[in-house]
Structure formats: structure tokens, C-alpha cells
Design a binder for this molecule. Structure first.
Ligand SMILES: Nc1ncnc2c1ncn2[C@@H]1O[C@H](COP(=O)(O)OP(=O)(O)OP(=O)(O)O)[C@@H](O)[C@H]1O
Ligand SMILES: [Mg+2]
Length: 157
């Protein structure tokens, strides 16, 4: 079974468009939050993808990078998106203080920058998107780790 998908992202708009495609096809009727791990170095395009996702959902105005607050919360009708940026997390234990359990609910998507800083305390990602800014341009490699994640990835293939 092919459980990964590679996309070249020649421009910033392509990174946004990937986020938008994911936003259009979020798996429905899942009894918990769906987790998207956004991996990649500084400047790889993680926040750009989140902005594309939220814009597609109709979130208007500035999408702030939640580096200091660690998370920002968006509610669109019955859907919810949590933008988490753990760059400034000092200790995986700090994740407990964020109270994420309250956000582990249906119709909710967690978009997580720097997920590795949480050292697994967030639960396994449904979808991992590894972004890189190489010499030949930006690129994304998607991989799925749950049936929901696989369906999600297929829907944007
Ligand atoms: N596909 C792309 N091609 C060229 N530039 C891009 C692409 N995607 C994003 N960028 C640009 O890369 C820069 C950094 O993007 P972004 O802030 O999304 O990175 P990030 O991964 O969130 O970084 P950080 O780890 O610092 O939060 C931005 O100026 C953005 O416009
Ligand atoms: Mg960022």
C-alpha cells in the first residue's frame, strides 16, 4: 500500500494550495481531533500551509504564528482548528499545561508545527507533512498513520 505522497511546491501559493486542499477534505465523523504533524526546518513553509488551510475554511484576517502562546484556536461554524507551534516549548511536560485534552473532540483539526518537541505527548499524527526548502525548491512529503489519515491523503491525490 502506498502510504506516502510527494508534492513539489514551486511557489508559496503551492504550499497554501496544499493546505487548502486538506481543508476541503477533512475526514468527517471522527470521534476525536485529527492530528496533522507539520515537520520541517525554519522557513520550510509550515505556517504558510496552515494559513492556506484556514483561509479555505473562511478564516479572515491575520493568522498569527502562535510561537509565544503556543496555540491559537479557530472556530468556523461547527468546525474547529487548533494551530499549535511548539518551537518555544522547553520541555515536553509543558504540553500538559496547554489543556489539549479539552480540544480532543470531533470536527477538530490540530495543525502542529514542531511536533517533535512534544516527544509523543500529543498522540500519534493521522497525517505527517514533512516540508523542505531544498535547492530545487520547496517540497512536501505526506505520510499517513491512521485509516483517517490515509483517506485524507488519498482525497488530495
Ligand atoms: N513553496 C514555497 N516556495 C517558496 N517560498 C515559500 C514556499 N512556501 C513558503 N514559502 C516562504 O517561506 C517563508 C517561510 O515560511 P513559513 O513561515 O511558512 O515557514 P515555517 O516552516 O512556518 O517556519 P518556522 O519554523 O520559522 O515557523 C515565507 O516567506 C514563505 O512565504
Ligand atoms: Mg511557522
Amino acid at each position: 500500500m502506498n502510504d506516502s505522497l510527494t508534492r513539489d511546491l514551486p511557489t508559496e501559493a503551492d504550499t497554501s494550495a496544499l493546505g487548502a486542499a486538506l481543508a476541503r477534505s477533512v475526514p468527517q465523523h471522527v470521534a476525536r481531533a485529527l492530528r496533522v504533524a507539520l515537520r520541517g526546518e525554519l522557513g520550510a513553509g509550515k505556517t504558510t500551509l496552515v494559513r492556506g488551510f484556514l483561509c479555505e475554511w473562511g478564516v479572515r484576517g491575520a493568522v498569527r504564528s502562535p510561537s509565544y502562546a503556543l496555540l491559537e484556536w479557530y472556530e468556523v461554524d461547527v468546525r474547529r482548528a487548533l494551530h499549535i507551534d511548539l518551537y518555544r516549548l522547553l520541555d515536553p511536560e509543558e504540553v500538559q499545561a496547554l489543556g489539549l485534552r479539552d480540544y480532543d473532540a470531533p470536527s477538530t483539526v490540530w495543525l502542529i508545527e514542531w511536533p517533535e518537541r512534544a516527544a509523543g505527548t500529543l498522540g500519534e499524527a493521522d497525517l505527517t507533512i514533512a516540508l523542505e526548502a531544498g535547492e530545487a525548491g520547496h517540497r512536501a512529503v505526506l505520510s499517513a498513520s491512521s485509516p483517517e489519515g490515509r483517506a485524507w491523503m488519498r482525497s488530495i491525490e
